[in-house]
Design a protein around this ligand. Structure first.
Ligand code: SF4
Length: 376
């Protein structure tokens, strides 16, 4: 069966890193010229746009990204909130507050707790939720998800999930239950680094995780969300591998929609220090390069970034953002509880304030762009 793993096996991390470093001005000029002729770029052009050689062209790349985003998406920014179902996790991920080696009590929402969270978010105007959980198949497996989904769908028109990688058959069941998007980040495509940051648990299986988007594609989930956790390894090489993943998927599962997220590592329980710093300028370059790479991909920005930076990043290519996020189960209905958080958020402005910021920037905050009736 065809999979991205076969494409990835032909890509070498070190060689790719060297190719990025050896790009020249003329490569960047060629990539920019291609971006003016086409809505998608090939991998060679993307390589040039994320290289150090592209840095003197950053203004031009950003302007092109900004114009292309408005042409394709209008002035609309989709808003969503993450809802944490559980902070149980069997994996050890060295950067995460939910890591199994963090000795803190764990909590999984029951139906009453979930209803309170959904009601709290609905009263703030949200119609699109992202259900999030740690990876603990016994406590939060497919049967639990299938019990939660109808509770959420009673009040929400759009439902995405970011949970443990599942089987193709389980993804079909999620799709049938009304989940329109599933996010699964590879975290890093640097296989050696991946092994260091994920020493224990099912997530240590790099290849199984890499194959997840293929299982989603075969299960015909409407939208697949990709991402790399910025700060784990060289961001340029991870960006190239991530784009390569998207390139493969958009060709193989061409009916599916895609999103790319740019989570930068934040402080979490345990005091993990990101080994590969990613500057604000690098984040700008990466977002704009992805927009030129694919005019129609959703680009997602979370509340991990500080308010002032988010305000500057939004117009350059982002199409979807979270607002007012809590990263612990029960955080919306019972703010200030001592439940274990996954990480500290940085932009803690309430949703109405984010909506005002968007309007002042000439953008329309949209709380709902889908309805169950479209699924019928
Ligand atoms: S990143 Fe995910 S899998 Fe890893 S410890 Fe955190 S919740 Fe668990």
């Amino acid at each position: 069966m065809k999979s991205f793993g076969q494409v990835f096996a032909r890509r070498d991390w070190g060689e790719t890193r060297n190719r990025i470093a050896s790009q020249r001005t003329r490569d960047v000029e060629r990539a920019l010229a291609s971006s003016r002729r086409s809505d998608t770029l090939d991998m060679g052009a993307f390589l040039a746009l994320i290289s150090p050689a592209a840095e003197p062209f950053l203004g031009e790349i950003v302007n092109e990204s900004r114009a292309r985003t408005r042409r394709r998406f209008g002035n609309v920014i989709q808003l969503y909130a993450p809802l944490y179902l559980s902070n149980e996790c069997r994996n050890i991920c060295t950067y995460c507050g939910f890591s199994a080696d963090v000795r803190r009590p764990r909590l999984t929402l029951d139906e009453a707790g979930l209803t309170k969270e959904v009601d709290a978010l609905a009263s703030e105007g949200f119609a699109h939720l992202l259900l999030v959980s740690g990876e603990a198949p016994r406590e939060v497996g497919i049967d639990y998800f299938l019990r939660c989904i109808p509770v959420v769908r009673q009040r929400m028109s759009q439902l995405s999930m970011e949970v443990q990688p599942l089987s193709e058959e389980e993804y079909v069941r999620l799709g049938d239950a009304g989940v329109s998007a599933v996010l699964v980040y590879q975290e890093s495509y640097d296989e050696a680094g991946y092994a260091r940051f994920h020493p224990k648990g099912k997530k240590a299986d790099f290849a199984y995780r890499l194959d997840t988007a293929d299982r989603l594609g075969r299960a015909e989930i409407k939208k697949i969300g990709l991402g790399a956790l910025l700060g784990l390894s060289d961001w340029r090489t991870d960006a190239f591998m991530l784009a390569s993943h998207l390139d493969y998927l958009r060709t193989t599962y061409w009916r599916t929609h895609y999103s790319v997220s740019f989570p930068r590592l934040r402080p979490a329980e345990g005091g993990f220090a990101p080994p590969a710093r990613v500057s604000d300028k690098a984040l700008v370059q990466m977002i704009a390069a992805f927009r030129l790479f694919d005019a129609s991909v959703d680009l997602v920005l979370s509340t991990r970034e500080p308010a002032s930076l988010r305000d500057r990043l939004i117009p350059i290519g982002v199409t979807t953002m979270s607002a007012g996020s809590k990263t612990e189960p029960g955080g919306y209905a019972s703010p200030g509880s001592d439940a274990l958080q996954q990480f500290e958020i940085s932009d803690d402005r309430p949703p109405p304030e984010i909506a005002s910021v968007l309007r002042r920037a000439g953008l329309n905050p949209v709380w709902k762009d889908w309805d169950a009736v479209f699924d019928a």
